[in-house]
Design a protein. Structure first.
Length: 142
C-alpha cells in the first residue's frame, strides 16, 4: 500500500470518528526487510557529517548581498535583499546543525548497538562455557 493510500485511510477513519489503523511506520518490519548493523549505522552517521561539511563549504556568500545595497539598488530593494539574506543564513545554519545533530545521535545509537551486540556475544560465550560439554574427538562417533 502506498503512503498516499494509507494516509487517505487514516484521514477517513479519523473523520468518521473511528480509531485509525496505525501506520506501518509504527509496526515492526517484516523479517529480513530491515537490517541494522554497526557498520551501516556508523556509515550513515559519517555520511550526515559529510553532507553538513559540504553544506558548510557551499554556505551563502556574504558579499553577494552587498551587490543589492544602496546606492547600487533602491533602498527598499536593499532592505528586502538584506532581510532575505538573514533568513537564508538562519535556515542554512539550522540545516547544518540538524545534520550534525542527527549524525551525533546516530553515532550514539551505533555505540549502543555495538554495546548490545557485544553483550549478546558475551552472554552466548558464557552459556557455551557454563553449559557446554567437552567431547573427545574419538568419542564423537559413538
Amino acid at each position: 500500500m502506498t503512503f498516499d493510500a494509507e494516509w487517505a485511510e487514516c484521514k477517513a477513519a479519523a473523520q468518521a470518528g473511528e480509531q485509525p489503523v496505525p501506520p506501518r511506520l509504527h509496526q515492526p518490519a517484516p523479517a529480513g526487510e530491515l537490517v541494522a548493523g554497526a557498520p551501516s549505522i556508523n556509515g550513515n552517521a559519517n555520511l550526515l557529517i559529510e553532507i553538513a561539511a559540504l553544506l558548510h563549504e557551499g554556505r551563502p556568500d556574504g558579499d553577494a548581498s552587498t551587490m543589492a545595497r544602496a546606492p547600487r539598488a533602491h533602498p527598499d530593494v536593499a532592505a528586502q535583499a538584506l532581510r532575505f539574506a538573514r533568513f537564508a543564513d538562519d535556515q542554512f545554519k539550522d540545516t547544518v546543525a540538524l545534520f550534525a545533530g542527527l549524525a551525533t545521535r546516530l553515532k550514539t545509537t551505533g555505540t549502543g548497538f555495538a554495546r548490545v551486540d557485544d553483550d549478546t556475544a558475551a552472554a552466548f560465550l558464557r552459556m557455551v562455557v557454563d553449559t557446554g560439554v567437552y567431547v573427545k574427538p574419538e568419542d564423537k562417533d559413538r
